[in-house]
Design a protein around this ligand. Sequence first.
Ligand code: ADP
Ligand code: MG
Length: 398
Amino acid sequence: MEKLNIVVLSTDLDLRIQVKNSINSERMVIAGFADFNDAGLIKLSGLYPDVIIVAVKGPVEDHVFNFVQHVLSTVQNCFALLMNDRIDVDLVNKAAQYGFRRVLTLDTQPAELEDIISKIYSLELERNMDKNASKRVRSKVISVFSGKGGTGKTTVAINLAAALSKAGKRVFLIDADLQFGDVALAMDIEPKDTIVELVQDRNGVTIENINSFSIVHNTGVTVLCGPDSPEFAEYITGEDIERIIDIARPYFEYIIVDLPPSFNDYSIAALENSNDILMVYNNDILSLRNAKACITILEKLHLKDKVEIVINKNLQGLISVRDFEKMFNMSVIASVPHDVKAATASINKGLPIFVAHSKSLISKEIGNLANKIIQKHTGILPIDMIQPKKRFSLFKKA
Ligand SMILES: Nc1ncnc2c1ncn2[C@@H]1O[C@H](COP(=O)(O)OP(=O)(O)O)[C@@H](O)[C@H]1O
Ligand SMILES: [Mg+2]
C-alpha cells in the first residue's frame, strides 16, 4: 500500500525539521514542505497530500487560517492538523471553524501523532474521502547526484528515464547540470530552447511553457535541456528548479533531475524536492571518500533518508559492493557494470544505452533499477522489462 503523504506547512525551518523528525513511521512519509503563499498552493496541488500539518510557533495569524481554508477547498481528499505551542479554547474553536480536524501541541510524541493521523485518516475514508483517491498518480522526483564528476550521473539519469518510459510511465528529464550538462549531447538533441528560456519567459514557468521549451525524445521522455553555455547557469536559482518541479508534478509520473557534482543553490533545491536521491559512484577509493563526505552533508541537510547508492562502472577487483554497503550501512540499489563498448556505441548513436544496446548488461541492470523504483513507489512489481524479442519503438509518445 502507498504510504500516507504528509505535507508540512510552516515558514519556520526548525519547526519543519521538528515535525519531520516526529514522523518516523513505515506507513507515512513527509512528501514536502510548503509556505502559506501561491507557490505553496501549487506545491500542495501537485503533491496530492493525504494530511497537511500546519506548524506554527506563537499566535496563529488570520492569513494562515484563510490559506488553509482555501487549500482544503482546492486540494481534495486531505485533512489538516494544526500544531501550536499556545493551545487554548479559542484557538481550538477557530481551528475547527476553518476546517482543521485537530489541534495538537508542538511536542506531541511521534507514536501519538502517528496514532492520531491514522485514526482520522480511517474515519475520513469511511465518511467522505474519495475511495478512488489512491488511484491518483503521485509523481516521484528522482535526483541523480554525486560529489564527483564522471561517475555516470548523466548516463544513469538518461537510461533510467528511457527505462521508465519504456515501462509506460510519463517521464520528465531535467538537465540541471547547468554548467556542464550534456544530456542534449548524449540524447542527440539539438535544443532550440533550454531551461534558461523557460525561466526567462515573460509568462513565467507554466505547464504550457514547460512543454513548449522541452523536447519529446524518441524514447518518449520529455527532456528539458540545460543551457548551451556555462555562463547562463547564473540565471537559474533554486527557486526556479523548485517551481519547475512543482508545476510538472501533476503531469508526469517520474521527474528525473540530472545534477552537477556539487552542492549549490539549485542542486540543493532539487535534492530537497526529491523523493529519492540516487548517488552514483564508482567502486574506487576516491568515490568511497567522496560518498562519505557527501552523505555527511546530506545528513546535515536532513536528506540522508532519501539516499540510494548506485555503483556504476563496476569493475571486479576494486572495492566490492558489499564493502560499500557495510561502510554506509545501506544497500546498493544497483550495480551497473563497466562496459566501454556499450557506452561508446550509445554516444556514437546519440541514443541511451538502454535503446542502443538493449541487451547489454548495463541495460539489464538499469531495467532492474527501474523495476525496483516502480515497485518502491507503487508496491507493484512490473513484468521484467527486458524482453529480447520485443523491439524498442522509436515512435512512442509521452
Ligand atoms: N557503465 C559504464 N561503462 C562504461 N562507461 C561508462 C559507464 N557509465 C558511464 N560511462 C562513461 O563515462 C563517462 C562519464 O559519464 P557521465 O554519465 O557523463 O558522468 P557524470 O554525469 O557523472 O559526469 C561518459 O563517457 C560515459 O559514456
Ligand atoms: Mg553529467
